[in-house]
Write a protein that binds this ligand. Structure first.
Ligand code: PEP
Length: 253
């Protein structure tokens, strides 16, 4: 039985005061929680302070990005070892904003995925198609290629310690959520690729949905058989909304 994971990607938002307040409100709401795991991913400069606030609470700490390199002359980059040092448990890799704006190829994403595993952290691998790719009937081709680039680099065993997030680009930050049926179709497709290599790993891997999840649409999405929680952008910046999404997972677990 897979556990739900509800992860907040704060992106490049907030500052010390706002992030402390958000963190405190989430922790206060999470202590009354059920069994789904909660995760917040603040910007790099706030990781350590947020980690201190989360210590001993049911909310985990994650990062939004990582270098594929372990150390060295990579100005401005942050390694997986550093993220482990400051208390991260998860690291998002391959978010569509990084693929599009920072030109991260699937090969770079695969290297980052491996770097995260090397430090015994859990990568959250984001995959998803653009609107143009969906409307031209290429969702499976695009998502399959993004997933296979990592599978080719790591082998399926690596997915025994990883999370996947299906995030259709057309649903991110647009208010246009994939329907539960559209999301389920993609999640099932992803799980089937893994099942073709290892049924047990495919059964166990958590596949999150991301793309305009809110308190009022989370339960419909999370009740689908292959959706194991959410990667939440905008709605994770409001504690009440994030907790409403978490509540949807708690009520289903
Ligand atoms: C995201 O960026 O990962 C995301 C899902 O954003 P939003 O929830 O705002 O669509």
């Amino acid at each position: 039985m897979r556990k739900y994971l509800v992860a907040g990607n704060w992106k490049m938002n907030g500052g010390t005061a706002a992030n402390n307040e958000l963190c405190e409100q989430i922790v206060a709401g999470a202590s009354a929680s059920g069994t789904a795991e909660l995760l917040v991913c603040p910007p790099f400069p706030y990781l350590e302070a947020t980690g201190r606030k989360l210590a001993g609470t049911p909310v985990s700490l994650g990062a939004q990005n990582v270098s594929q390199h372990a150390s060295g002359a990579y100005t401005g980059e942050v390694s997986a070892g550093m993220l482990r040092d400051v208390g991260c448990k998860y690291v998002i890799v391959g978010h569509s904003e990084r693929r599009a704006m920072m030109h991260e190829t699937s090969e770079i994403v695969a290297e980052k995925f491996k770097a995260v595993l090397t430090e015994e952290l859990t990568p959250i691998l984001c995959v998803g198609e653009t609107l143009e790719e969906r409307t031209s009937g290429r969702m499976e081709e695009v998502v399959g290629a993004q997933l296979r680039a990592v599978l080719d680099a790591t082998g399926v065993e690596a997915f025994g310690s990883a999370v996947i997030a299906y995030e259709p680009v057309w649903a991110i930050g647009t208010g246009q959520t994939a329907s539960p049926e559209q999301a389920q179709e993609a999640h099932q497709y992803i799980r089937n690729i893994l099942a073709g290599m290892d049924v047990d790993i495919a059964d166990a891997v958590q596949i999150l949905y991301g793309g305009s999840v809110k308190g009022d649409n989370a339960a419909g999405l999370f009740s689908m058989p292959d959706i194991d929680g959410g990667l939440i952008g905008g709605a994770s910046l409001k504690a009440a909304e994030f907790l409403a999404i978490a509540q949807a997972a708690w009520s289903l677990n």
